[in-house]
Design a protein around this ligand. Structure first.
Ligand code: FNR
Length: 342
């Protein structure tokens, strides 16, 4: 059941991305052009610091998969692409490994193929300290992602129905992990209040994982034979809205993901205050439909184009993008106004 679920997720997610990049709130963000602001391409550095470590690029492959033979192959190819392009990479939820040790290799392959890379393990908020350590050890992980996915579970007929313990579990996991913990959503977003709670729970980074890209409400609705839940597919806050919402918070690193379609979206997310930017469905789609070499080419082009966008904006390093002039219109502007964000 579990391994077919992992395969279903990949299949339905790839289908969502097949019709090309869909409109989302990043379209409502414009970077103001200043014709004399540009610098020299050679001066612009993509490297940045995340969780106290140097990352060669300010974007990463977000946690997706593992737990079946097919997804083990996908993990191997994602890790090869990450290694060849210098990207950090996350694993999908490692619950399948806790339930069946025989699935270890479908996750361990990330470290095997990316021996010197920044690799993130991934657990849900109910993981025990023992499971957390097993996950970290298996991947020799540099950071641990905890995913919060209550809405996805609710739409999943076989999903969890008990979430009350999560609030107490997150600080316990953060205290037990021994490496930096990133808490992430899976496409419904983290509110400012949630990010503040995470900060107070000892979490090092919050990845807002907002709406606008892979839609897990739709994926789980596609898998359902139980009553249709399609009306819930617009649930949650977009990544742009979440980054605006969290902008005033200090004491926690904020990462941006959900609906990143291009290097321009990466630049916009960085300009909105993300310390780094996660990409999942868009890269998965390229890998599954076109292969590993095509993904390596795509990521290499993204790196070059991001550097070129930064050049035009006069940003010498990713953190300089937060000083860019932005115009925000439409839904995210309304959201920010209603939430009292400057
Ligand atoms: C995911 N995502 C995910 N996240 C997580 O923390 N644990 C997981 O096991 C999974 N599984 C998973 C499978 C597949 C096939 C996809 C495409 C994604 C969620 C992912 O990390 C990300 O938050 C969302 O996909 C939104 O980002 P994109 O896809 O819009 O870039």
């Amino acid at each position: 059941m579990r391994s077919s679920r992992k395969d279903d997720h990949v299949r339905f997610a790839v289908e969502q991305h097949r019709s090309g990049p869909a409109a989302n709130d990043f379209d409502a963000v414009a970077l103001v052009h200043h014709a004399l602001a540009a610098t020299d391409c050679a001066e612009v550095e993509l490297a940045t610091e995340v969780l106290g470590r140097r990352w060669e690029t300010p974007f990463f492959i977000n946690g997706m998969t593992g737990g079946s033979e097919h997804t083990g192959t996908i993990n191997r190819n994602l890790a090869i692409a990450a290694r060849e392009t210098g990207l950090p990479i996350g694993s999908g939820s490692m619950s399948a490994y806790f339930a069946d040790e025989a699935l270890a290799d479908t996750f361990r392959v990330l470290r095997k193929e990316h021996p010197r890379g920044f690799v993130m393990a991934n657990v849900n908020a109910t993981a025990t300290p023992d499971q957390v350590h097993r996950a970290i050890d298996l991947l020799e992980a540099d950071a641990l992602q905890i995913h919060l996915n209550a809405l996805q579970e609710i739409v999943m007929p076989e999903g969890d129905r008990e979430f009350r313990a999560w609030r107490d579990q997150v600080p316990r996991i953060a205290a037990a992990a021994g490496i930096p913990v990133i808490v992430k959503e899976v496409g419904f977003g983290l509110s400012r209040e949630t990010v503040a709670l995470l900060r107070d729970s000892g979490v090092a980074a919050a990845d807002v994982g907002g709406r606008g890209g892979t839609n897990f409400a739709r994926i789980e609705n596609n898998r359902r034979t139980a009553a249709d839940f399609g009306f819930i597919e617009d649930w949650g806050q977009s990544t742009v809205a979440c980054l605006l919402d969290a902008a005033g918070l200090s004491g926690i690193e904020v990462l941006g993901s959900g609906g990143i379609r291009s290097p321009l979206d990466v630049a916009k997310a960085l300009a909105l205050g993300a310390g780094a930017v996660g990409v999942a469905g868009r890269f998965l789609h390229t890998l599954v439909d076109q292969g590993t070499d095509a993904l390596i080419t795509m990521i290499t082009e993204w790196r070059t184009q991001l550097q070129q966008i930064m050049t035009v904006l006069g940003a010498l390093k990713p953190a300089d993008l937060t000083g860019c002039d932005l115009l925000i219109t439409g839904a995210p502007a309304e959201f920010a106004e209603l939430r009292g964000v400057d």
